[in-house]
Design a protein around this ligand. Structure first.
Ligand code: ZN
Length: 101
């Protein structure tokens, strides 16, 4: 009878350890998802502008398109914003809020 109790305890502990492990994995996954909330093609770290020069949206919100202009990599939330920038790039550069290097 005593032996049975020991076996039951071991099984319980093993089950406990397993569920803890599962929780850890779940936590890791959600943390990774939280740091990358958007399914954007480009991230703010990949471009030199902090704002979409055409619509003023923060680059951190996710970028769908980029353009290289005068050694800068400018990110845009959409192709439409990129097209608008290309019509007047000099004005756009001011609005892009370029990162200081
Ligand atoms: Zn935009």
């Amino acid at each position: 009878m005593k032996q049975l109790f020991v076996i039951a305890s071991v099984l319980f502990l093993a089950a406990c350890a397993n569920s803890n492990e599962k929780n850890e994995v779940k936590k890791d996954t959600s943390a990774a998802a939280a740091s990358m909330p958007m399914q954007a093609k480009y991230t703010a770290d990949m471009v030199d502008n902090q704002r979409d020069p055409s619509c003023g949206m923060p680059a951190k919100a996710g970028l769908e398109d980029t353009v290289h202009y005068k050694g800068h990599v400018i990110g845009f939330c959409s192709k439409e914003c990129k097209d608008a920038f290309l019509k007047d790039p000099e004005k756009g550069l001011t609005a892009a809020d370029l990162k200081k290097k």
